[in-house]
Design a binder for this molecule. Structure first.
Ligand code: FAD
Length: 520
C-alpha cells in the first residue's frame, strides 16, 4: 500500500469543541537515511501506534510480537466451524467510542473516513430485576447528558439525584489528571459510590459500563479509575455514550490494512517472535534478544506489552533502567481471568435483540452480543444458515474456578436473558480464557510506569501506563504508544504526533469552583 499523507494529528477529531489538542514535539519531517533504529516490543494497539508514529518520520522500526498475528487483545485468527464454514475467532466485542481521538487517528491512516466502523444505535443495560436502561435518546453534551439520563432512566431517578451527597459527589464534576488520583486512588470504587450515595438500583450501571470493563471487582478497583471513566465517557465529553464497532472481524477491518501500511513505511513485522531479554549496550543503544535469532542492537526500545508480559520481560532483563523502576514493574498486577464464549446457534434469536446488551444480576454474565447485527462475516453466516452468532463475556471470574462449569453456566445465563435460545442446537462453540488485562488496585497509581523510564533509550506504552491525559483502555494504549514515539522523536529532533483528549477538567467553571471547595 502507498504510504498516505499524515496531518500530524492536527485536524479536528470529533464534535466536542472543548476537546484538547496537545502538539507533538517540533522538529524535522524525516530522519536522514540510515537514521535511528527502534525495536517495538508488542503488536497490540500501543505497539502499533508507536511503530506508526516512528516509521512515518523515517525511523527504522522492527516490531516484535509474540503471537502469530497483530492486534494484541484485539487479535483474531481463522477457525473452521463444525459445519465446515470458515470464521474468525477473537475476543470479540470492543466499543470504539467517538472520544477515542488518538485510536481513531491511528485507524484513519488506513481508512480516512473510518468506514470500517459502524455506530450501534443503542447499548441497553438489562438488570435481572427487570430494570432496563438505554442510551439511545440521552443528549450528548454535559450537563444535558446527565440530566437527560436521569430524566429517562428507571434506575436513576430525580429522587435519587436529590438524595446523593453533593459534597462527596462533586469530584465527579471536575476531574483532572493526576489530581483525581491524589484524591481518590486510596478509595475503592465500591466505597466511593457508597460514600456519594449513588443509588443502589443504578450501581449496575456504574459497574457494567465503567468498572467491570476494567475486569475488576469494584471493591478492589481504585475509585480514581471509575471517576476518570465517568469523566471520559459521560460528564466531561460531549461525544456521547454511543459507540462504534468494526463492521468486519478485527484482522480484516483493522490489523491487516495497518500491517500493510507499516510495511509500506519500511517496518519489519516479526510476528510469532517472543522477546526474551533487553539490555543496555555500554557504548549506546539497547540489545534485544528475540526468538531463536542472534541479539540485535537498536538505538532505543519501546516496551508495549500487557502487564504480565512487561513484568516477565523486565524480570528477565536485570540491567534495564534501575532497581527501583524494576521493582515497581514487578509489583504490577493482572486482573482476574475472563471468559469470552462464542456460540454459533442453529436458530436466530428474536428480531428485537440488540447488537449489544449489558447484563447484570444474572451471575457471571456481563454482556451478550448478537454479532450478525453488526459484523459482516457473522451476518453472511446467519443469512446462509438461518442461525445466530452470539458472544458472551464474563469478566473477573474467580481465578480457581472450574472452567468447564463456568462455560456451561454462561450458556445457562444466556438462556435466562434470551429464553428463545433454550434447547437450540449449538452448531459450534469456542471459549477463550485469558488473564492479560491490567488491574488498577486501590493505591496502585504510583507503581504504574509512565512512558519515560530512568533510561532515555527505553520507553513504555500500553493500557497499564499512566499519563497526564484523561484516557483509558484502548485509547490509553493508543495515546501512550504515540507518547512513547514522541519521547524518542524529540530526542532525535524529529516532529512528533499531535494528540487529542477529551477536556482535561470539568466543563463548568461554577462546578469546578464548588468541586474545589468540596475537595478541601
Ligand atoms: C474481552 C475484552 C473486551 C474489551 N473491551 C474493551 C472495550 O469495549 N473498550 C475499550 O476501550 N477497551 C476494551 N478492552 C481493553 C483493550 O483490549 C485494551 O485496553 C487494549 O487492547 C490494550 O492494548 P495494548 O497494546 O496496551 O496491549 P495488548 O493488546 O495486550 O498488546 C500487548 C502485546 O504484547 C505481546 N507480548 C507480550 N509479551 C511479549 C514478548 N515478550 N515479546 C513479544 N511480544 C509480547 C502480547 O502478545 C500482546 O500482543 C477489552 C479487553 C478485552 C480482553
Amino acid at each position: 500500500m502507498t504510504p498516505r499523507h499524515d496531518d500530524g494529528g492536527a485536524a479536528r477529531r470529533g464534535r466536542d469543541r472543548r476537546a484538547r489538542t496537545v502538539p507533538g514535539p517540533p522538529g524535522r519531517d524525516r530522519a536522514a537515511a540510515g537514521g535511528p533504529e527502534v525495536a517495538v516490543v508488542g503488536g497490540g494497539i500501543a505497539g502499533l501506534s508507536a511503530a506508526t508514529a516512528l516509521a512515518e518520520r523515517g525511523v527504522r522500526v522492527t516490531l516484535y510480537e509474540r503471537a502469530g498475528v497483530l492486534g494484541g487483545r484485539l487479535a483474531g485468527w481463522p477457525v473452521r466451524l463444525a459445519d465446515g464454514s470458515a470464521a474468525t475467532m477473537s475476543r470479540g466485542f470492543h466499543a470504539f467510542f467517538p472520544q477515542y481521538y488518538n485510536l481513531r487517528g491511528l485507524l484513519r491512516r488506513v481508512d480516512p473516513g473510518l468506514g470500517m466502523l459502524r455506530r450501534l444505535p443503542d447499548y441497553p443495560l438489562h438488570h435481572r430485576s427487570g430494570l432496563r436502561d438505554s442510551f439511545a435518546r440521552v443528549p450528548r453534551t454535559p450537563p444535558w447528558s446527565a440530566l437527560g439520563f436521569v430524566a429517562l432512566s428507571p434506575s436513576f431517578t430525580w429522587r435519587d439525584l436529590v438524595r446523593m451527597r453533593p459534597g462527596a459527589a462533586l469530584p465527579l464534576l471536575d476531574v483532572r489528571v493526576p489530581q483525581v488520583y491524589q484524591r481518590l486512588d486510596r478509595v475503592s470504587a465500591a466505597d466511593f459510590l457508597a460514600r456519594i450515595r449513588f443509588p443502589e438500583a443504578a450501581r449496575h450501571l456504574a459497574f457494567e459500563v465503567f468498572s467491570r470493563s476494567f475486569f475488576a471487582d469494584p471493591r478492589e478497583l481504585s475509585a480514581a479509575e471509575l471517576v476518570l471513566m465517568f469523566h471520559i465517557y459521560f460528564l466531561g465529553s460531549s461525544e456521547g455514550l454511543l459507540f462504534d464497532v468494526p463492521g468486519e472481524p478485527f484482522p480484516q477491518a483493522l490489523w491487516q490494512p495497518l500491517g500493510r501500511y507499516l510495511e509500506g513505511h519500511g517496518v519489519r513485522l516479526c510476528t510469532g517472535t517472543d522477546v526474551t531479554r533487553v539490555a543496555p549496550v555500554a557504548g549506546g543503544g539497547m540489545r534485544v534478544a528475540a526468538g531463536e535469532g542472534a541479539d540485535r542492537r537498536f538505538d532505543a526500545v519501546v516496551l508495549a506489552l500487557d502487564p504480565g508480559g512487561l513484568r516477565r520481560l523486565v524480570a528477565a532483563s536485570p540491567e534495564v533502567a534501575d532497581a527501583a523502576w524494576r521493582a515497581r514493574i514487578g509489583r504490577l498486577r493482572t486482573a482476574p481471568p475472563f471468559l469470552v464464549s462464542r456460540l454459533w446457534l442453529a436458530r436466530r434469536v428474536a428480531a428485537d435483540r440488540p447488537g449489544f446488551l449489558g447484563t447484570s444480576g444474572f451471575g457471571s454474565l456481563d454482556n451478550v452480543s448478537v454479532l450478525e447485527r453488526w459484523e459482516g462475516e457473522a451476518a453472511r453466516w446467519s443469512a446462509r444458515t438461518g442461525g445466530s452468532v452470539l458472544e458472551l463475556h464474563a469478566y473477573a471470574v474467580a481465578p480457581g474456578a472450574d472452567r468447564e462449569r463456568e462455560q456451561r453456566r454462561l450458556v445457562e445465563q444466556l438462556n435466562a436473558v434470551y429464553p428463545e435460545t433454550r434447547g437450540v442446537r449449538i452448531i459450534d462453540r469456542r471459549h477463550e480464557w485469558r488473564a492479560d488485562c491490567p488491574l488498577f488496585p486501590v493505591g496502585g497509581f504510583h507503581d504504574r510506569p509512565t512512558v519515560h523510564t530512568p533510561d532515555p533509550r527505553l520507553v513504555v506504552a500500553g493500557d497499564t501506563v499512566r499519563t497526564g491525559f484523561p484516557v483509558a483502555l484502548m485509547e490509553r494504549a493508543a495515546t501512550t504508544g504515540f507518547l512513547a514515539a514522541n519521547a524518542l522523536l524529540a530526542r532525535w529532533g524529529l516532529r512528533g504526533q499531535t494528540l487529542w483528549t477529551v477536556p482535561d477538567r470539568g466543563r463548568s467553571a461554577a462546578l469546578r469552583w464548588a468541586a474545589g471547595r468540596a475537595g478541601r
